[in-house]
Design a protein around this ligand. Sequence first.
Ligand code: GDP
Length: 465
Amino acid sequence: MSDGFFIDIAMEKTIAAICTAPGAAGISVVRISGKQALELAAKLCPSQKLKTEQGGSFFYTTLRSPDSGELIDEAIVLVYRAPHSYTGEDTVELQVHGGHVSSQRILKELLALGAISASAGEFTCRAFLNGRLDLSRAEAVLDIINAQSERAGRIAAEQLRGSLGKRVDEYHSLIMDICADVEATLDFMDDETSGLLEPINIPERLSAFIAAVRQLASTWRNGQLLREGALLVLAGVPNAGKSTLFNALLGQQRAIVTDIPGTTRDSIEEQLIIDGIPIRLADTAGLRETEHAIEQLGINRSKELANAADICLAIIDGTQPLEQQLAQLKSPDFIVLNKVDAISEQEVVKLTEALQSYGYEEPVAISAKTEAGLTQLRKKIAAKLQTQSAGNEVVAVSERHHKLLLAAASAAEEALSLYSDGLEDAAVFCAQKLRESAEALAAITGKNYNEALLNNIFSKFCIGK
Ligand code: GDP
């Protein structure tokens, strides 16, 4: 949707787009939605089924250019009549052969017939505007498309089913009930019987509401990890075995491994998934004192990455003195004791005890070279990420939801403090804050929305969704 998109006017138009990704594939789908969807489709395949049948249907046909009658492709045509479609409008989906030629040709014909090219996310935006989905469910569609792991996909699917919207609606009702009770005291303020109408347990109900909303907001961290991936940084002195471990975790020879210290000058990043959590794994330049300007740049970058990391692993070379290596490290999340294949078991015990005496938790002993201990390491990384995220929560709110939930909680906190002060007119201001809190919640599900909000959300979608 472009700036200045007028929802009502735009909704009058019939839109069309290719819904499938370009490239060689079995099928490609062109979707048409709007009042003229069936009429336009009928111009490409003059089938009676588009004119006469009621309800949804599908059929096989050939598609021809309306002008020349030239054959374009064979197709399966799916007809959805309003309101029983994704968008809630009359919709036709033309399934043609994959590759871009047929679908592009069909789209071109439809545009020439008067359809408008759909903007990014416009089908889903229409579904929202037509009441088929609340905003949190519409956003989940994008999360499913972008999911990088099964776990992210599962949480997005739960949100699409309405898990988040339902919870937010419950909290919205709770705050509206409290608000109604507080407002009732206003109506009867001057009434002799006002004592009888004193609302019950307002502070307790508000406190429970705030705790619940804050708890839901805390699932944001989980959502962020699942949506964006966790940054896992491998730090340590040159030759500790960072690149070897990087390759071993990835299962491919991505980073250069040599025994020449200072080979990794720049950090490299790759994606992997551990326990359903997408991870951006970063190999960094070895940390040491250097006079070399380019190496120093790499080291600075390593330090920046270590600071930004969700998890920073310090790789210690078990064959080298400990103290010099520890001197280079700044509060890693945990220590990986590498090259245990090259030292005795007694050495491993001695090093473990030494590390613990410096205040570090028990290191994970591995050999990046033989891959011994890697399963244990993956488990430890997963456990650290689980504690950072909200564990097995099936809801993981986005940054937008997080902000709105915090706004709802803070407004409710202000309402609580006003109410507890019990000053004159407190109920008036308290009710005002409670309405603010309810409005923030309503913006999550889209009970309140404006064009800017819709633009912001749906412009992140792909065209055709
Ligand atoms: P980096 O500078 O920290 O990235 O270290 P590299 O991964 O480039 O490894 C430096 C040297 O240590 C190379 O010769 C590797 O083969 C060797 N190395 C790495 N991991 C192990 C290990 O677990 N055991 C043994 N014996 N050698 C290793």
